[in-house]
Design a protein around this ligand. Structure first.
Ligand code: 5GP
Length: 248
């Protein structure tokens, strides 16, 4: 399929994905101080998550998983809307598979609670995401429709001991999605030659259409770290680390 056609199809299916998942619950109270403009679907590479926190993860997933669905410029929008696991019980198999706590694989719900309280309570300003079931279910729906794992495969971008050029990855993803993604890396540690790919972000408007993560003229977030150590990748070579077993 041509990229432009794929983009059109993707947009309509993304909207459908959100409409069909999760049931609404009462409207949240949203604070006027928590204005945001775009939603960021953050995928992370589990091998790099483990490296970032210097944890020797036993068996990290060998596919990109969800870190979160984050409104830009707004966090912790409703402290009186606590995470309630019961509301997303139906989603448990998909949550464990696609939104695992990579760092604490035996207890995912602490991570989900954190994501809900920090980001979900802000995303819930949108009708399409205004319950925990809709936020988590909608995020899973976007993740499934974006199909980042199979798109990377199709592009021939696979974990490798050889380095990639960041511009090649960004350009290839932009040609598939029709929008500019943001790619984040761990800067090289002492003794390392290059940065390590860690996160891929794809951005949405408030009506859930794909948009560029940074528009020309918009104040960039270059250098802004989302997690300890992660930064917008520098142009140049980067390591996309294979999972431990296939690295041998
Ligand atoms: P945020 O707090 O904005 O959702 O994301 C940044 C934080 O998430 C960082 O502290 C990072 O270490 C943490 N983080 C990233 N991936 C994971 C994960 O899989 N599990 C847990 N528990 N924390 C994570």
């Amino acid at each position: 399929m041509k990229p432009a056609a794929a983009h059109g199809l993707l947009l309509s299916s993304l909207c459908l994905a959100l409409c069909c998942r999760g049931g609404a619950r009462g409207s949240p109270t949203s604070s006027d101080n928590h204005e945001w403009k775009k939603l960021i679907m953050v995928h992370h590479w589990p091998v790099t998550v483990c490296k970032e926190v210097e944890k020797d993860c036993r068996d990290p997933p060998d596919y990109w998983t969800i870190h979160g669905l984050w409104p830009d410029r707004a966090e912790e929008c409703n402290g009186s809307w606590p995470f309630n696991f019961e509301e997303i019980k139906d989603l448990l198999p998909e949550m464990k598979m696609y939104w695992p706590d990579v760092i604490h694989p035996l207890n995912h719900s602490h991570f989900w609670k954190h994501e809900w309280e920090k980001h979900g309570t802000c995303a819930a300003q949108l009708d399409a995401l205004n319950s925990q079931k809709k936020y988590f279910g909608g995020s899973l729906g976007l993740y499934e429709k974006l199909e980042l794992n199979s798109i990377l495969q199709k592009l021939g971008i696979k974990p490798s001991i050889n380095y990639y050029q960041i511009s090649d990855i960004k350009d290839a993803l932009a040609s598939m999605y029709g929008v500019v993604p943001k790619v984040q890396c761990l800067p090289p540690k002492q003794g390392e030659e290059v940065q390590t790919i860690g996160q891929i972000e794809l951005c949405f408007t408030k009506d859930l259409r794909l948009r560029n993560c940074t528009e020309p003229g918009e104040l960039g977030e270059s250098g802004r770290a989302w997690g300890p150590g992660l930064e917008v990748c520098e142009d140049g070579p980067a390591f996309y680390p294979p999972p431990p077993q296939s690295a041998r």
